[in-house]
Ligand binder design. Structure first.
Ligand SMILES: Cc1cc2nc3c(=O)[nH]c(=O)nc-3n(C[C@H](O)[C@H](O)[C@H](O)COP(=O)(O)O)c2cc1C
Length: 193
């Protein structure tokens, strides 16, 4: 079966390096045979997580939309900016809202449960945002996903991409390809039951 993979950059910044990385990952995943769906959180604005708001108005419609989208895929490829060595608020807020979903109508529904997740980061710094991935990994494991070991960090991100979107550096490109390969392998195993 063709694995379905949702690619999601954790930045809405104009010219985001992680959006560029998400585009490169999408090309790589598709090239390796996955059915790829790349989205932007620009299209799913959410309020700050607030339990009073949740109790008064329920889960926001955009969080439900994201939850349904996540559940409709075998795997998620997250491209995560690093903020102060950790997870940026846009991404954490989205993960938290989706983690609060327990039902869709009358049906029990936990969008993150059992999804395979691959992590990548891009930063203009020397470490490529890899320190933040430690925190993202911990959060994603806590919400019930299976985070794969392989990951990809793109350093010097301002100069890392060719005009056509490919990664310039061979080693980084191989790291991305390997991360995609592993995610596809796990997702294929899951689709096969
Ligand atoms: C509040 C804040 C904290 C940051 N902390 C880090 C950091 O710890 N390490 C790092 O490499 N870059 C850090 N940066 C720079 C980001 O990596 C940079 O803004 C990057 O472009 C964000 O990803 P994006 O291009 O996908 O939006 C920080 C940026 C902000 C706004």
């Amino acid at each position: 079966m063709t694995p379905r993979i949702l690619v999601l950059p954790g930045s809405n910044r104009t010219g985001s390096f992680n959006a560029s990385l998400a585009a490169a990952a999408s090309v790589e995943l598709a090239g390796q045979g996955a059915d790829v769906n790349r989205i932007s959180l620009v299209d799913y604005p959410l309020p700050l997580v607030d339990e009073d708001l949740k109790n008064e108005s329920g889960i926001p419609e955009n969080a439900m939309k994201l939850g349904r989208l996540i559940a409709a895929h075998d795997g998620v490829f997250l491209c995560c900016p690093e903020y102060n060595s950790s997870i940026p608020p846009l991404l954490k807020n989205m993960i938290d809202w989706v983690s609060l979903i327990k039902k869709d109508g009358d049906r029990a529904f936990k969008p993150w449960a059992g999804r395979y997740v691959a992590l990548a980061s891009a930063s203009n710094g020397k470490l490529g945002g890899i320190r933040g991935l430690y925190h993202v990994r911990s959060v994603m494991m806590n919400v019930g996903t299976q985070v794969i070991t392989e990951q990809c960090a793109v350093s010097g991100a301002a100069e890392a991409f060719e005009a056509d979107g490919r990664l310039k550096d061979e080693r980084t490109s191989a790291m991305l390809a390997n991360t995609c390969k592993s995610l596809i392998r796990y997702c294929t195993m899951m689709s096969a039951g």
